[in-house]
Design a protein around this ligand. Structure first.
Ligand code: PLP
Length: 427
């Protein structure tokens, strides 16, 4: 699962003095494979449960190779008609899959951090425009202030996005969370039309969803902007069984969605979706004399970057190969297997620390030291890979079932290894 220390040590061989003369491409690739491949983490297999990583679907990997061979720059439609068209197709399909309004605008970015950044840039633009301030022209110096509200359990990448936008990490109002990490709607301050409120669909530890119905209706009445960090959790919308977790979320103003997590496409890939495309466009569009104007959607008018790789290609391949049914099966299978992990570990006498509502399981093996020992030994054992975390002051093993490749047999083998290790020190 994780590479051996000696394989990591061998990476040195890829360095050395700057090469003075050309090498044969096949020799370069052979060296890279020989030294690089053993130092990779086996995230493509079915027994990697770290972070919320997912794997990479075969069709998406092959589409990614094809895109690399095509060498397309997705900045403007004139540079790559195929990239621009596929973005539009994927956008329409994704909005339909996730139950979001078809008129939304979106940018195809590197992941949720940049999806949060892009969508929050649109929020900043809209809130300040409402106060008569043009933030793109005038910047934030002297701008009318607006409040930013986040949950106590907000993901750190959202705070980073706020920091990059000049809105501040610490200036935010933090709303307390309940035992599952959900923002407490009853603890929400008064909202008004100078408020940005950031909620979450899928807590990175517990998988829990904020109470969007109540928050969004209060925000609507007040004229506040609601942004959703839906990194992995929003994909639950494709399953009739899990979609109720997303009740109320489609009433928000913007959403950050990850594709390299639960959609299982290669890194890096995320989508910033905004209800009012003009605000995303105003925040991120660029123009110059040498750039042609056009009537069609220009990809880079909705992203922080200009030149960039054509992420829409592998997204198209992933959705085309799975179809709605295949994606629903993937999500439901992962959730069922997370439940299996939780039931079997609990049955074996270990404590599950979260309500397993989705694909995330937090398990304690007793004391913090014992839990950390088991996490470390399970990682070294190599049957599977699970990370460690802290949940409400307690050490936990964090099991995230997010890969298309994970089977029942993978979970059985992983459970057998974890339980063997957990019992090895029990008297
Ligand atoms: C809820 C949530 N938000 C944001 C992120 C950051 O996503 P990325 O690494 O794609 O930028 C994650 C990553 O796990 C997440 O779970």
């Amino acid at each position: 699962m994780a590479p051996a220390p000696q394989d990591i040590a061998r990476l040195e061989k890829l360095g050395g003095p700057l090469p003075q003369y050309p090498s044969e491409p096949k020799d370069v690739l052979a060296l890279l494979d020989d030294i690089g491949s053993p130092a990779t983490v086996a995230t493509t297999g079915g027994r990697y449960f770290g972070f919320v990583t997912g794997g990479a679907l075969p069709a998406a990997v092959a589409a990614n190779w094809l895109a690399a061979v095509w060498d397309q720059n997705a900045a403007f439609s004139v540079m790559s008609p195929v990239a621009a068209t596929l973005e539009e197709i994927v956008l329409a399909w994704t909005l339909e899959l996730l139950g979001l309004p078809p008129s939304c605008g979106a940018g195809f970015v590197t992941g949720t951090t940049m999806a949060n950044f892009s969508a929050l840039a649109a929020a900043r633009t809209a809130l300040l425009k409402h106060c008569g301030w043009d933030v793109e022209e005038n910047g934030l110096f002297g701008a009318p202030p607006f409040r930013v509200i986040v949950g106590e359990e907000t993901h750190v990448s959202l705070l980073k996005a706020l920091a990059m936008l000049g809105l501040g990490r610490s200036r935010v109002i933090r709303v307390p969370a309940d035992s599952q990490g959900r923002m407490r709607a009853d603890a929400l301050p008064e909202l008004d039309d100078r408020t940005l409120i950031c909620i979450q669909a899928g807590n990175v530890n517990s998988g829990a969803f904020d109470p969007a119905t109540e928050i969004c209706s209060r925000a609507r009445e007040a004229g506040a902007w609601v942004h959703v960090d839906g990194a992995f959790g929003y994909w639950a919308a494709v399953s009739p069984r899990y979609a109720p977790l997303l009740d109320g979320f489609s009433r928000a103003d913007s959403w950050a969605i990850d594709c390299h997590k639960w959609l299982n496409v290669p890194y890096d890939s995320g989508i910033a979706v905004v209800r009012s495309p003009e605000n995303l466009h105003r925040a991120l569009a660029l123009s110059a004399a040498y750039l042609q104007t056009s009537e069609v959607r220009e990809p880079s008018h909705y992203t922080p970057e200009s030149s960039r790789r054509a992420r829409g290609i592998e997204l198209w391949a992933a959705i085309r190969s799975l179809g709605r049914q295949g994606l629903q099966d993937l999500v439901e299978r992962n959730c069922r297997l997370a439940r299996l992990f939780a039931d079997r570990l609990q049955h074996a006498g270990f404590e599950i620390l979260n309500e397993v509502v989705l694909n995330q399981v937090l398990v304690s093996f007793g004391s913090a030291a014992e839990t950390r020992r088991i996490v470390a030994e399970a990682q070294n054992d190599g049957t599977c890979w699970c990370g460690g975390t802290q949940w409400h002051g307690r050490a936990a093993m964090r099991i995230s079932v997010s890969s298309w490749a994970t089977t029942d047999e993978d979970v059985e083998r992983s459970l057998a290894a974890i339980l063997r290790i957990a019992r090895s020190h029990q008297s």
